[in-house]
Design a protein around this ligand. Structure first.
Ligand code: ATP
Length: 320
């Protein structure tokens, strides 16, 4: 009987549980044995591995985080660590591994594949920073969480007639900022992919006030080089308006996954198991348009999604 392993790695993302559930249940459907590895590569090195049954993944679809837990593992980064990980998989007779995580987790999987382990990457990260796929699991939920925060912050910003900078996650990727800024009606969005235009930002804030706006919301991606405090000081100096900062932080990682993330996670993890069943090796699963796709892991990690200038232009036009 074929035996596969599954782990979640890197930052947790809403929808990882839906991916674990789909992988476990589809593997069992295809008459495979499936083992859950706890705390990502760190747990693999420690042999924290247990067999999963249909009931092991009951009642988790709606839960944020990951029941397998996750970790960042320095030990796994070394050749010795990777050798130990391969030995551990051999001890448990696991020949295929589904890795749910981001760029770093996929790079780790690629290293394992060089030792003959069949790996399947399912993209689980709120940052949406994997270039081969339009969306990653957790991104949609994170954007919705930011939307909720914008709505609450707008109430208090209006009441006090303030300008508020909301700093959002995404590492070097501005997608959370763009999507939340556009759909949340922010006055301005700052992202790492574009040069900051602080003059335009201040002009917009001033013009908005002249037209009777009570507040301004500025969404700033964490990857933007200028610190939020420095930006707040500049805005206050140039506009004379009180400017507050809200760093949303880890609330963006938590919460029950959106329907869209549950669907994406289920489809991608199901595909990963199907590919293993068919004898495919070392693939990264993604979505382009509405189609579930897969690429060779090594190639996927080199792919870059071109920056969508059109969406930023639209955001600027609509946010006047
Ligand atoms: P997120 O985008 O949410 O941060 P991630 O998967 O990119 O997720 P990382 O911390 O970068 O998170 O990677 C997770 C783990 O993968 C690391 O702790 C490490 O054990 C392993 N890893 C990362 N990069 C490499 C690499 N180049 N080679 C081997 N293993 C790696």
């Amino acid at each position: 009987m074929q035996r596969i392993g599954i782990l979640t790695s890197g930052g947790d993302a809403p929808g990882m549980n839906a991916a674990v559930r789909a992988a476990v249940r589809s593997a069992i459907y295809y008459e495979m044995e499936v083992y859950g590895i706890e705390r990502g590569y760190e747990g693999l090195l420690d042999g924290d591995i247990r067999e999963m049954k249909v009931s092991s993944v009951s009642d988790i679809l709606q839960r944020g985080g990951t029941i397998l837990r996750t970790a960042r593992s320095d030990r796994f980064m070394t050749p010795e660590g990777q050798k130990r990980a391969v030995d551990m998989l051999e001890n448990f007779e696991i020949d295929s591994l589904v890795v749910v995580g981001g760029d770093g987790s996929f790079r780790g999987a690629l290293e394992l594949s060089k030792h003959g382990v069949c790996v399947m990457g399912v993209p689980g990260t709120i940052d949406n920073d994997l270039g081969y796929t339009d969306y990653t699991i957790g991104f949609d939920t994170a954007v919705n969480t930011v939307l909720g925060a914008i709505s609450n912050i707008r109430d208090t910003s209006s009441s006090h007639e303030r300008t508020t900078i909301i700093e959002v996650m995404g590492r070097r990727c501005g997608d959370i900022a763009i999507h939340a800024g556009l759909t949340g009606g922010a006055e301005h969005v700052l992202i790492p992919e574009e040069d900051d235009n602080i003059n335009a930002l201040c002009r917009k804030v001033i013009e908005g006030r002249k037209r009777g706006k009570l507040h301004s919301i500025i969404i700033k991606a964490e990857g933007v080089a200028m610190p939020s405090q420095e930006l707040a000081d500049i805005i206050k100096e140039r506009t004379g308006l009180e400017t507050k900062i809200v760093i949303l932080g880890y609330i963006q990682r938590g919460g029950s996954p959106s329907a869209r993330d549950r669907m994406l996670a289920s489809r991608m993890a199901f595909k990963a198991v199907e590919l293993i069943k068919e004898g495919s090796v070392n693939k990264a699963i993604g979505v382009i348009g509405d189609e579930i796709v897969h690429f060779d892991m090594a190639e996927a990690l080199e792919m870059k999604r071109p920056f969508d200038e059109g969406i930023m232009k639209m955001a600027n036009i609509l946010s006047i």
